[in-house]
Design a protein around this ligand. Structure first.
Ligand code: GRF
Length: 196
C-alpha cells in the first residue's frame, strides 16, 4: 500500500520539492498534502502549481496557544488519512500533544550533525567552534527538540573562509540528497541509519 505523506513547510520548501520530485514510479510513498503556517510560503505556491493539495494554518491568530494551533492542524489533516509526516523547513516547534500520536511516523531534517547544534543558527555555531566538518541529519521527531533517533546523516567539509551562507548552501545540497533517500528507505520499512 502506497504511504500517504503530509509535508510541512514554512518557507521556500526546497526540501519539500526534493521529496516530491523523488516520489515517483515505484516509490513506496506519495505526497498527499503540503501544509504550512505561512500563506506566502514559496513551498505552498510550488505545491499548488504541481496540483498537490495544500493546507495553510496561520499560527499567529493562536498567539501562545500552541495546542489550539495544533488542533487546527490536526483537523485540517483529518481528510488526508496520512501515514507519515515530513517536517521540511517547518519553523514552528510542535508540542508533545501533537508529536506523541505521530511517534515513529514523523521525520524532520535538521542542518547539523546531530546531536551537535540543536536549534537555530547551526552554520554560524559550527564555524565559531572551528569545526572541520558539518552536515545535516534526518531524524524521527520526539517531544524533545531535534533529539529523536537518527535515520540518516550527510557530511560536508568546512572550508577556510567559509561564511554561514557558504556552509548553508553546501549543506542544503546534501539535504536534497539525504532526505529523499531516507524517506524512500523509511517508507519501505528500512529504518537503519543512512550515512552519505
Ligand atoms: C533547511 O536548511 C532546513 O534544514 C531547515 O530550514 C532550511 C530551509 O529549508 N530546517 P527549505 O528550503 O525551506 O526546505
Amino acid at each position: 500500500m502506497t504511504k500517504r505523506v503530509g509535508i510541512f513547510v514554512s518557507g521556500g520548501g526546497s526540501n519539500m520539492r526534493a521529496l516530491v520530485e523523488d516520489m515517483t514510479g515505484a516509490h513506496p510513498a506519495r505526497a498527499a498534502v503540503v501544509v504550512s503556517n505561512n500563506a506566502d510560503s514559496g513551498g505552498i505556491a510550488w505545491a499548488q502549481s504541481q496540483g498537490i493539495a495544500t493546507e495553510v494554518i496561520d499560527h499567529r491568530p493562536f498567539g501562545a496557544d500552541r495546542p489550539a494551533f495544533e488542533a487546527a492542524i490536526t483537523a485540517a489533516l483529518a481528510p488526508y488519512a496520512l501515514d507519515l509526516i515530513c517536517l521540511a523547513g517547518f519553523m514552528r516547534v510542535l508540542t508533545e500533544g501533537f508529536v506523541a500520536p505521530w511517534a515513529g511516523r514523523m521525520l524532520n531534517i535538521h542542518p547539523s550533525l546531530l546531536p551537535k547544534y540543536k536549534g537555530l543558527h547551526t552554520h554560524a555555531r559550527a564555524l565559531e567552534a572551528g569545526d572541520k566538518e558539518h552536515g545535516c541529519t534526518v531524524h524521527l521527531v520526539t517531544p524533545a527538540l531535534d533529539d529523536g533517533p537518527i535515520l540518516g546523516q550527510a557530511r560536508v567539509p568546512v572550508l577556510a573562509g567559509d561564511t554561514p551562507d557558504d556552509l548553508a548552501a553546501r549543506v542544503l545540497k546534501q539535504e536534497h540528497r539525504l532526505y529523499p533517500a531516507v524517506l524512500r528507505r523509511f517508507a519501505s520499512g528500512e529504518a537503519s541509519p543512512l550515512l552519505l
